[in-house]
Design a protein around this ligand. Sequence first.
Ligand code: NAD
Length: 264
Amino acid sequence: MTGLMTGKRGLVMGVANHNSIAWGAARALAAQGAEIAFSYQGEAFGKRLRPLAAEIGSTLLVDCDVEDVASVDALFATLEREWGRIDFVVHAIGFSDKNELKGLYADTTRENFTRTMVISCFSFTEVAKRAAAIMNEGGSMVTLTYGGSMRVMPNYNVMGVAKAALEASVRYLAADFGPRDIRVNAVSAGPLRTLAGAGVSDARLMLNYQRRNAPMRRNVTHDEVGNSTLYLLSDLSKGVTGEIHYVDAGYNIMSMPALDELKA
Ligand code: NAD
């Protein structure tokens, strides 16, 4: 199938490098004909993004730090000025102090709790509001979440709490914008090796554990997460909104480790 996104334009936020989940999504979208604008967090990331964006013919790249609401406003003002309207958004942004992505959740500081929530959760609400304002003919938005929102994942700590709030935001935003034919969903990805992922203590153990115990006995790939994001942004999912769509080789359905693992 080709051309699922032909004629559609949208924003991808969160490409830090070629391992970013957002880059997997951008590749999948571009392969189906989407025109993509990127936002990046500061010039150091801008430098890494430029050659990647060039690979898929993107030229609209905007610096945006979601901690600074003026830069979020400026991003959407640029999109409106350049394109008039957009059809989709990928929000693949998360941050927490890595010193708190280990040990006890109970030790989370007020300062890092607030910062984690603003960057990893509330930024999606701010982005969604501004994106919806320039989605004149309906649209679709996807954010990235992780199963540590629903079940305790050692060391994921405050990120799990932020992801739970992010998932609730998806449902409220879906209800807000549904009447305008704007859909809001999340992809809950299994663990992948990325810059942000490496910030969680013992990330490698988590990756190996899920590989051994997921029904499919493997981890997911960037392409698989990208293609599921594409599905949620394309007309193939026209009737779907407010969903948390797991792309985790089935890991989330298990209530105990795989028997072959236990018997090994
Ligand atoms: P990544 O490090 O490649 O991407 C994280 C992005 O967040 C970076 O581009 C970074 O610049 C951006 N970011 C952080 N703070 C920002 C700020 N203040 N303003 C603007 N951008 C900011 O890592 P990733 O794993 O691709 O993460 C993307 C999303 O996927 C995150 O929400 C993450 O929680 C989620 N996720 C990751 C995994 C995994 O295992 N890697 C699994 C499920 C969900």
